[in-house]
Design a binder for this molecule. Sequence first.
Ligand SMILES: Cc1ncc(COP(=O)(O)O)c(C=O)c1O
Length: 443
Amino acid sequence: MPDGTQPRQTNTLEPYWMPFTANRQFKAAPRIMVSAKDMHYTDDQGRQILDASAGMWCVNAGHGREKITEAIRTQAGVMDYGPAFQWGNPGAFDLSARLTNLFPGDLDYVFYANSGSEAVDTALKMALAYHQLRGDARRTRLIGRERGYHGVGIGGTSVGGISNNRKHFGNLLAGIDHLPHTHNLSEMAFSRGQPDWGAHLADDLERIVALHDPSTMAAVIVEPVAGSTGVLVPPKGYLEKLRSICDTHGILLIFDEVITGFGRLGNPFGADHFGIVPDLMTMAKGLTNGAVPMSAVAARAGIYDTFMQGPPHMIELFHGYTYSAHPLACAAALATMDVFAEDDLFNRGKALAPVWEDAIHGLKGLPNVIDIRNLGMMGAVELVPREGAPTTRAYDVFLKCYEKGLLVRQTGDIIAMSPPLIATEEQLGEIMSILAEAISETE
Ligand SMILES: Cc1ncc(COP(=O)(O)O)c(C=O)c1O
């Protein structure tokens, strides 16, 4: 009998069941990164790979920032772990003060988790509990959006709008509905920044509210810019309408800022960029520059206050994680906030955005390119799908990019990019010239 000490497989790549990966294809031709510094990865062949996607939308300050590394190292030597429930660690309080100063409006409180998925499920649970505590327990309905990505928890999967992510997992949560997505090639292809067309798509929320009755509605969750399904930029006026409809009907608005947070749009948050204060705001990724898993939910003061009732010895929110506000993550996040400030990175993102816009729109006219879109330091190039073989064209472009030393993300027939905010104008040019070659060489 195997006792677990003998590897069952001879292929050393085999035992790792990789997430969101075509395991068999990958293991036949692996892409393995072994180190990273500034704008580049180094792969196991010793090749330099220019990072056009900040890892997975998270390394906003570039790789291997010494200040962050040092903070993690130091904290590990001082206190490795601190119990999260009924105990605190100094970094958690320092970080909360720091973050709430950065948040817009009266988002004055912050709750910690470890991933974007956990932050989303936390925010959804907060919304449900908030209404219940206010004596409005019928408000249980959660509204997401088609093509939305809110991670992989059952809550996030349920409000998410990606069929492949949903279809294998049964009925998911009950009481969910979805807004239509905002992407329409015939109306908005090749828009620079926010498309002029499409604000009326937010009116669908009125339809959904009328269908289910406002008294059953708990929260609407959207990404200010949908990232994972290929940088779907909200039409002008669309998010403002969502905010106003939510206000009219007493529905909480949740912005999922896991990608758009921490400078991606040239402001601390997408909420700042659009001038809209959500009721709850999730964040992760850039919070620690990707160096230690950490996520958070920001809550408006009125929401926190609603929980602070009943006998003071009672726990107000029966929710949390063993690793909420982990000392290493807090240290990494505090150092990350220092780096953002010292390098003035949010303003740098803002200054680079027009350069990025010109660079990416320069790909117009290349074979099979049917749309190019951008906002802040996010951008995507959409390709016409191959007849009968959707996604394979963009995958081939993604592979060619890697062969040529460029890391991009592929989603469907879309190449999505979000370079670290430290990128130079020359590096943005380099990204586009490699991508242009890859697109041109792909049938
Ligand atoms: C908007 C959004 N929400 C949630 C998540 C899930 O984050 P995680 O993979 O850290 O669970 C992501 C990940 O890309 C995301 O883009």
